[in-house]
Design a protein around this ligand. Structure first.
Ligand code: GDP
Ligand code: ZN
Length: 458
């Protein structure tokens, strides 16, 4: 796709009403636009000018601040004009329409989603990981997620990735230089301590991966699905975890017919807790309930963790065995024995052969903390105190692939099976994976996907 570099404009603030709202334009040169909007006025760069925003016929649309950032000293690296008016949807639309009209001779058009940030990336104002962090900061659902997005945005994550790329490149250069002198190949690995260097790179990569994986948890959270027979207390447990009455709790079996999702956070990790229709396997259920149960299994299929609830005062039944048999493989299950206030069990957790058993009472609020801790353990959350990078799945995949190539490299460097050209090739592949994180090696279509997920105006 040939990139369209014509000037763009959009409303940059969120839809709805607010104290102020911003219309932003970006382009190689916006001088003519500024002249058309504010005839005879010179906007000093980076100074706020209080001014009337006027329609072509001279009617005042709004009054506010005009800011002119001369490229390359701007967000996008191009000329940027920001008009800060009052934050009403209609007045902002009128202002945007006026800007587009005034810039029509310049080819000014409405920006596509993420196009401002994409230009910032193309003009080297941000690398790809930083650009992604812009969207992640805006979308952050917890304070911890916002903090690590802000870390990534400031470039800390990119720097450690760059360092890995540099180390890998240096080692590769060393090896490739030797390839030209076959007589030196024999003891090259010894002399240059190439294996030691590789081990150091692998070590740093592991560290980065750990911090990124923890950060990814903050971004993605976990899908936790509550399943069990009607009336075992699924909705009550959701409420106990969320601390509010979000799901309908009633003593009539089969009331939760559609799913209810509540996002809670434990130590900053977002947990999407999904309450499902109780599963009944007996005859005599109506169509609506049957659909609810089918949806339940749909949710179970997407779960990161399954909480299987049972009534501790009654014990398991044949239906529970059917439920357990239908769980997907590989998804952790916690068997929750609820209503211990009736059964007389103590709040406790018991790691048994078949599953983790947890005894609690949703209504009496006993053992809820045990469940929170268990959910953190399953999530793989480690409180390290080190800063985290709000990584995306894409970054983790690249880091993992880089790690595999480095492993292959060290096999090729092994004592009895030395193959320097394969060693160098694996280093090159590792480097390519790492570079894809910051966007040095990212295909256009992937860029398109990444930026199209932004909103218009960002
Ligand atoms: P669901 O159908 O699995 O969602 O079950 P609900 O959460 O709607 O609860 C069914 C009934 O069990 C309600 O009357 C709840 O008040 C009751 N219940 C839930 N948890 C407990 C508990 O820990 N102890 C006792 N005694 N009753 C509970
Ligand atoms: Zn329910």
């Amino acid at each position: 796709m040939k990139l369209d570099t014509s000037p763009i404009a959009a409303i940059a603030t969120a839809p709805g009403r607010g104290g102020i709202g911003v219309v932003r334009a970006s382009g190689k040169s916006l001088g003519a636009l500024i002249d058309a909007l504010f005839p005879g006025v010179k906007l000093a760069p980076r100074h706020a000018t209080y001014i009337s925003f006027k329609a072509a016929n001279g009617d005042v649309i709004d009054q506010g601040l005009a800011l002119h950032f001369k490229g390359p000293h701007s967000y996008t690296g191009e000329d940027v004009l920001e008009l800060q008016g009052h934050g009403g949807p209609v007045v902002l639309q009128m202002l945007l329409a006026r800007v587009l009209e005034a810039g029509s001779a310049l080819g000014l058009r409405l920006a596509e989603p993420g196009e401002f940030t994409r230009r910032a990336f193309l003009n080297d104002k941000l690398d790809l990981a930083q650009a992604e962090a812009v969207a992640d900061l805006i979308d952050a659902s917890t304070e911890a997620a916002a903090k690590s997005a802000s870390q990534s945005l400031s470039g800390v994550f990119s720097q450690v990735v760059h360092k890995l790329v540099d180390q890998t490149t240096n080692l590769r250069m060393l090896v490739e230089a030797t390839l030209d002198f076959p007589e030196e190949e024999i003891d090259f690995l010894e002399k240059s301590n190439a294996r030691g260097q590789l081990a150091t790179i692998v070590d740093s990569l592991e560290n980065v991966f750990r911090q990124a994986a923890q950060g990814a948890l903050l971004r993605e959270g976990l899908n936790v699905v509550l399943v069990g027979q009607p009336n075992v207390g699924k909705s009550s447990l959701l409420n106990a975890l969320a601390g509010a009455d979000v799901a309908i709790v009633t003593p009539i079996a089969g009331t939760t017919r559609d799913k209810v999702t509540e996002t809670i956070q434990i130590e900053g990790i977002p947990l999407n807790i999904i309450d499902t229709a109780g599963i009944r396997t007996d005859e005599g259920i109506d169509v609506v309930e049957r659909i609810g149960i089918e949806r339940t299994w749909g949710e179970v299929g997407k779960a990161d963790v399954i909480l299987h609830l049972l009534d501790a005062s009654r014990g398991p039944s044949a239906a529970d065995e059917e439920i357990v048999a239908a769980f997907p493989e590989g998804v952790p299950v916690v068997r929750i024995w609820n209503k211990i206030d009736l059964s007389g069990h103590q709040p406790s957790i018991d790691v048994a052969q078949d599953a983790v058993h947890l005894y609690l009472s949703a209504n009496a609020h006993l053992g809820i903390d045990l469940l929170r801790t268990e959910l953190l353990r399953i999530a793989g959350w480690q409180q390290t105190g080190e800063s985290l990078y709000l990584a995306r799945e894409r970054h983790l995949i690249a880091l993992r692939a880089a790690r595999e190539h480095l492993d292959m490299a060290s096999q090729h460097a092994a004592q009895d099976d030395q193959s320097l050209d394969l060693f160098a090739e694996e280093l090159r592949l590792a480097q390519e994976q790492l570079s894809s994180i910051t966007g040095q090696f990212t295909p256009d279509d992937l860029l398109g996907v990444i930026f199209s997920r932004f909103c218009i105006g960002k």
